[in-house]
Design a protein around this ligand. Structure first.
Ligand code: G1P
Length: 316
């Protein structure tokens, strides 16, 4: 059995849900406190044992490449000033086996994935979508790899979503339970309306697939929204070889949506050593004001003043 070594991260979307911020900047570079969302995804891949990562980009995505490149001038500057911790943060994102390919036209997720055919070759691989940050004791991608090692077949991560939200996701129709949190699937359906959705189990952006998916994608007709849909290709694959659905039980942070992004920023901020105490105090004060009904007509309470750190001023 071949080891799962490769991951693809599609990152060619326009990010229209975050306009105007994404007019000239990739949505993948929007930070959660201080870390771009795509870095969380790359870190999940590495923590799962992935060795090579292909990021599929499009126009205006150069900052992603620069982010994972070295920056000798900045590194030298930090070194000269003795800022070892910052230097470490900057160096963490360089020297990874990252590759880039372009999707020339936005013809759908299936089409984006097809650009990775030569990179993937003939082994199993994972696809990681950037709109969700997943947190669990074992990284979700690693869970899928373990699933592959047991089943020798494709494993797709799914999670229960509110029924009224099925039209935002690929949804599965269950066939049978195949193990602990593991299902045989009768059908994979892209974004069904709630009255047509056969379950509430949604595809959540982590896929482990066998390379046969590429032959299917190459001949696939456009589906929902006139786009080449990965979900449709998976449904066809499932007819010739098993594609299991693996239910994710950890925390999913949807950073592709404004409200999800705000929630994630707060959650991550509450764990961040530099801001957690002040943020907690701010939220407690804000909650008090909200309870007393004072916030409607007033500005939210003043955030506690940041600690003064003159040493960083040049670098901000
Ligand atoms: C894509 C997939 C969909 C999946 C979703 C997960 O949709 O087409 O099947 O459920 O990602 O985030 P998108 O969110 O790109 O519209």
């Amino acid at each position: 059995m071949q080891k799962v070594r490769k991951a693809i991260i599609p990152a060619a979307g326009y990010g229209t849900r975050f306009l105007p911020a994404t007019k000239a900047m990739p949505k993948e570079m929007i930070p959660i406190v201080d870390k771009p969302t795509i870095q969380f995804i790359v870190e999940e891949a590495i923590a799962s044992g992935i060795e090579d990562i292909l990021i599929i980009t499009g126009k205006l995505k150069r900052p992603i490449e620069d982010h994972f490149d070295s920056n000798p001038e900045l590194e030298e500057n930090l070194r000269a000033k003795g800022k070892e911790e910052l230097l470490e943060l900057v160096e963490e994102t360089t020297g990874l086996n990252l590759y880039f390919a372009r999707q020339a036209y936005p013809l759908g997720l299936g089409h984006a994935v097809l650009q990775a055919k030569a990179f993937v070759g003939d082994g199993p691989f994972v696809i990681m979508l950037g709109d969700d940050i997943m947190a669990d004791d074992v990284p979700l991608t690693k869970q899928l790899i373990e699933g592959y090692e047991k089943t020798h077949a494709s494993n797709i991560a799914v999670m229960r979503v509110p029924h009224e939200e099925t039209a935002n996701y690929g949804i599965i129709e269950l066939e049978a339970q195949a193990g602990e949190g593991l299902y045989n699937v009768r059908k994979f359906i892209e974004k069904p309306e709630p009255d047509e959705a056969p379950s509430d189990l949604a595809i959540i952006g982590r896929y482990l697939l066998t390379p046969e998916i590429f032959d299917i994608l190459e001949h696939l007709e456009p589906g929902k929204g006139g786009e080449i849909q990965l979900t449709d290709a998976i449904d066809i694959l499932n007819k010739t070889q098993r594609v299991f659905a693996k239910e994710f039980k950890g925390e999913r942070y949807d950073v592709g949506d404004k409200f999800g992004f705000l929630k994630t920023t707060i959650q991550y901020g509450l764990k961040h050593p530099q801001v957690k105490d002040r943020l907690k105090q701010y939220i407690l004060d804000l909650a008090k004001e909200l309870k007393s009904g004072n916030v409607d007509n007033q500005m939210a309470p003043k955030a506690p003043a940041p600690e003064h750190d003159k040493s960083n001023q040049q670098l901000k």
